[in-house]
Design a protein around this ligand. Sequence first.
Ligand code: PEP
Ligand code: MG
Length: 309
Amino acid sequence: ATREGASEWNGIGATADDHRVKVLGNVGSPADARAAADAGAEGVGLFRTEFCYLDAPAEPPVGEQRAAYAAVLAPFAGKPVIVRTLDAGADKPLAFLSPAAEPNPALGVRGLRVAFDRPDVLDRQLEAIAGAAADSGAEVSVMAPMVATAEEAAWFAERVRAAGIARAGVMIEVPAAALAAEEILAAVDFVSVGTNDLAQYTFAADRQLGAVAGLNDPWQPALLRLIAMIGAAAKASGKPAGVCGEAAADPLLARVLTGLGMTSLSMNASAIRAVGAGLATATLADCEAAARAALKAATPAQARAAARG
Ligand code: PEP
Ligand code: MG
């Protein structure tokens, strides 16, 4: 059984027996970054760069991009920050990158797929990110959204390294990528699970549609089983695997994700203290037991109850 009730957190993500799990912030603006730093985030696990450009009529020049990113990175000098390249399309349309009208935008040219048609836009963004990393002193890694195959991951990693950025990763938010986690990990330095989209695509249920919200419950055992596969592949590879979807913001689920082998959890600033405090009151063995119990459940409610022990 786990010990509940502690509310204090010393700012270092760790279980009661000192198994380290990085507790990181999800940010999209300088204000988000300050809030995450104030809440005790050890770094940033997801910087949604497209949030800087939702209203931009045209692609901002490299210098402007660099300044916008540096302003977000500023509170994290000397700390790890994962910058995500533009995740345009579907629920996050960008005027300067909108694809032709598509019948199913969530299944269309979005995320990294946009960069296959416009590698010049990606390369300019990587140049701006490398510059902002130098300006801010943050330890910057870059990751791509909406990757489906190891071949795509390798294509992205090569461009990141050509831009002089040391660490390249990809998000796992398409079931095919979860199934190919071993091959993807061989091509990159780390992976980060986007549970919002991974749930949407696993259950074929629009993440923006209230009518199917039950299928997008991050406690769905089928989703947890995919995350377990990713955790096992990461462990075998010796490379880190984090979660940066909403699932990481639930303190009980954060324990389960730790038990499934995730090495970092990234969330909105408002959840950071509660997740940090929740981890500190369970041992790694508690987390693993909670994960095993949740994986065996038949429903989200049963998974929650099983994890509570
Ligand atoms: C996700 O899909 O879980 C994720 C973190 O990315 P976004 O919510 O920005 O699509
Ligand atoms: Mg996503």
